[in-house]
Design a protein around this ligand. Sequence first.
Ligand code: NCD
Length: 310
Amino acid sequence: MQFKGRDVIAVKDFSKEEIIHILDEAEKMIPAAKGLTRLKTLEGRILCTLFFEPSTRTRLSFESAMQILGGGVIGFADPSGASVAKGETLADTIRMADAFGDVIVLRHPLEGAARFASEYASIPVINGGDGAGQHPTQTLLDLFTIRQAKGKIEGKKVILLGDLKYGRTVHSMAYALAMFDVEMIFVSPRGLEMPREVIRGLSSIGVTPLETNNLQDVIQDADVLYVTRIQKERFADIEDYLKVAGTYRVDLELLKNAKKDLIVMHPLPRVDEISREVDATPHAWYFKQAFNAIPVRMAILKLVLEGEGP
Ligand code: NCD
């Protein structure tokens, strides 16, 4: 397995064995992530975070992960404060990050932006979300969370609920779950179904998820309910958004029909798709999931910068 110098653009670029290795490395990062031990693994190395779209968890957890490993962080959270506002191209911004840092995390509204950036950078580029495309590091921490909660990923029944059309987390997640022989069910409002391109990609490897618009019909024997918000910012027409807004909601009433040990996950931010009353139930795993961003992103940074070994 060769991680040093690798870009992290899409889940599909990694084998199942490589994914498991990242999760195992993340496991080892937990004591440091919790502040119980100190590390200098990446001392003197610099992470450059280039965020052209809003972010709380992805940017802050990458920055925190880098600092826990002893490294430094530069970058911007809003392109209006960077030379992009003067008309600089993405390619030139990437060239600068390449000169000033050791690894780049890029979030950008255009699908394919991370892949494009990786062609201009000699240092590793990590995709922190490219439009409605992919969000591979979110998927790694999602898999880590399922394994933590359930002991294993294989054989579980996982519902992906919400905006499957524009949600990049579910695109990456679907490809990853397919590698783990998971029974997947896609539940979305009409018009926000999983893109046919993803369905075709899954069927080419022999995976055919059940697709439905009705959560009630499938909740009973699910092990994981992965909820997403409607990606309002990706709708060309606000009228189309208003037609689907508020059409699904996970609440105590719905969970009465679920398995006792069903875990509810969400990449966050949530809007109204998980009722606040669910937070206090053992089903709620979304805040633990958010914490897992730290050990998993620590493992990713360490692997792409240092590779294997102590
Ligand atoms: C997600 C994203 O940006 O795709 N957020 C995250 O990184 N945790 C999900 C979302 O914005 O809905």
